[in-house]
Design a protein around this ligand. Structure first.
Ligand SMILES: *Cc1c(COP(=O)(O)O)cnc(C)c1O
Length: 385
C-alpha cells in the first residue's frame, strides 16, 4: 500500500542529502572537536561550517548559535536560563496558553521555584492580541516567550510586533520557532528575538538535534554544566554528525521556502475546501489566513479524532489527532480548549500537516476516502443520534 504521510508537524523524514553530509562524521571523521590534532580539527571545522549554515538560515551571527539536543532542550534552556540569570531584576514571565509542552511545562515548573507566570489566552482564531501582551508587562517581567507558529492549529503569532514591544520595555524575547522553520522565513532581527528555538527533525534534519539562538549580550545561565563546549554555555562533547546534519538541513530548508509555501498552501487549501464542502458539521480550527502553509486542523462533530485517525491509518494515511506529544493521554488538547472549543469538539479534531513532497493525488485520495469514513463513524456514534 502506498503510504500517504500527512503528519509533518510531528516529524519529517531525514533528507538523503542530510544523511550523506552526516555519514563521514559517523565513521572516518570520528574526532572530538576539542582535540588539537588533525582528526579533532576536522570535526571542529565541520561544526563551524554548520554554525554558519544555521546562522544564515535565521539571519543571526554564527557565534549566537548554540547546538542542543532538540527543541525541548532549547525551550527549557531559554526559559530557565533567562529566569535564573535575571532573578535579581524580577520574577515574572509572560507566555501563552497555547505553547508547546516544552515551554508550558517548563513555565509551570518555574512557578514551583518562585517565579510568577502569566499564560495569555489566544483568541478564538488562535492568535494572541498584542494589547494583551502589553497589558501583562510589569516592572518585574524578565522574559516574554511566545511561539512563532502553533504546532497543533498552525496559527502564526505577531512575533515581530511582540519583539518590538519587548525591546521597547528592555525585556528579553524568546520565540519557539520549531514549527516555523522551513515553512516561513525566520529573521531574528526583523522579529527582534533575543532567543529562538529550532528542532532539526521538523525540517528534514536528524532527531535529537536542536538550536538555541541567543543574541549576544543576553544574560543567560547554562542548563548543562561541564566542559567548555559551545563557548562555555552548553557542556558536553558535540554530536558532530548531528550538528553537520542540522546545518545541511537548515541550508536546504532556507532555499525554497517561498516556492514551497505557495505549492503547499494550494494543496492545503484544496484539502480544507474539499472537506468543508463534502462533509457536514466540520469546523476549521485556527485562523484561515494567518496559519502555516501546511496545516489543516479540523473538528468533525460527533466523532472521536482517534477513531478517524485509526481508520485513515488502515487506509495508509498518516494524520494526527491533537498533537503527538499529547496523544496517549485522554486529555483534550489544551490548545483547542484555549481557543474556545468544548471538550467534545476538541476530541473530534484531526490535524493534517503536508510537506513539499505531498502530491495532488495524495490529497485527492484523502478527499475521496474521508466522507465515507466519517459517515460510517457517525452512523455508529451515540453522539450523532
Ligand atoms: C516538536 C516541537 C518541540 C519539541 O522539539 P523536539 O526536538 O522534538 O524536542 C517544541 N516546540 C514545538 C512548537 C514543536 O513542534
Amino acid at each position: 500500500m502506498n503510504r500517504i504521510y500527512l503528519d509533518n508537524a510531528a516529524t519529517t523524514p531525514l533528507s538523503p542529502e542530510v544523511l550523506k553530509a552526516m555519514m563521514p562524521f559517523l565513521m572516518g571523521h570520528y574526532g572530538n572537536a576539542s582535540s588539537i590534532h588533525d582528526t579533532g580539527r576536522d570535526a571542529r571545522r565541520a561544526i563551524d561550517e554548520a554554525r554558519k549554515q544555521v546562522a544564515g538560515f535565521i539571519g543571526a551571527k554564527p557565534n549566537e548559535v548554540y547546538f542542543t539536543s532538540g527543541g525541548t532542550e532549547s525551550d527549557n534552556w531559554a526559559l530557565k536560563g533567562v529566569a535564573y540569570a535575571n532573578r535579581n531584576k524580577g520574577n515574572h514571565i509572560i507566555t501563552s496558553a497555547i505553547e508547546h509542552p516544552a515551554v508550558l511545562e517548563t513555565a509551570k515548573w518555574l512557578e514551583t521555584q518562585g517565579f510568577g507566570v502569566t499564560y495569555l489566552p489566544a483568541g478564538a482564531n488562535g492568535i494572541l492580541s498584542l494589547e494583551d501582551v502589553e497589558k501583562a508587562i510589569t516592572n518585574r517581567t524578565i522574559l516574554i516567550s511566545i511561539m512563532a507558529a502553533n504546532n497543533e492549529i498552525g496559527t502564526l503569532q505577531p512575533v515581530a510586533a511582540i519583539g518590538a514591544l519587548a525591546r521597547a520595555h528592555k525585556i528579553p524575547f524568546h520565540t519557539d520557532a520549531v514549527q516555523a522553520a522551513g515553512a516561513i522565513r525566520i529573521d531574528v532581527n526583523a522579529w527582534q528575538a533575543d532567543l529562538l528555538s529550532l528542532s532539526g527533525h521538523k525540517f528534514h534534519g536528524p532527531k535529537g538535534m536542536g538550536v538555541l539562538y541567543v543574541r549576544s549580550g543576553t544574560r543567560m545561565m547554562p542548563l548543562l554544566h561541564g566542559g567548555a563546549q559551545e563557548r562555555n554555555r552548553r557542556a558536553g562533547t558535540e554530536n558532530v554528525a548531528g550538528i553537520v546534519g542540522l546545518g545541511q538541513a537548515a541550508q536546504n530548508a532556507g532555499m525554497f521556502i517561498e516556492e514551497n509555501a505557495e505549492k503547499i498552501t494550494r494543496l492545503r487549501n484544496r484539502l480544507i475546501d474539499g472537506i468543508l464542502s463534502t462533509i457536514s458539521h466540520v469546523r476549521l480550527n485556527g485562523d484561515r489566513g494567518s496559519r502555516l502553509p501546511n496545516n489543516a486542523n479540523l473538528s468533525f462533530r460527533y466523532i472521536e479524532g482517534e477513531a478517524l485517525l485509526l481508520h485513515l491509518d488502515l487506509n495508509g494515511i498518516a494524520a494526527s489527532s491533537g498533537s503527538a506529544c499529547a496523544s496517549g493521554s485522554l486529555e483534550p488538547s489544551h490548545v483547542l480548549l484555549s481557543i474556545g472549543l468544548d471538550a467534545e469538539d476538541a476530541h473530534s479534531s484531526l490535524r493534517f500537516t503536508l510537506s513539499e513532497a505531498t502530491t495532488e493525488d495524495e490529497i485527492n485520495t484523502v478527499l475521496a476516502l474521508l466522507p465515507g469514513i466519517v459517515d460510517k463513524l457517525r452512523a455508529m456514534s451515540p453522539l450523532a443520534s
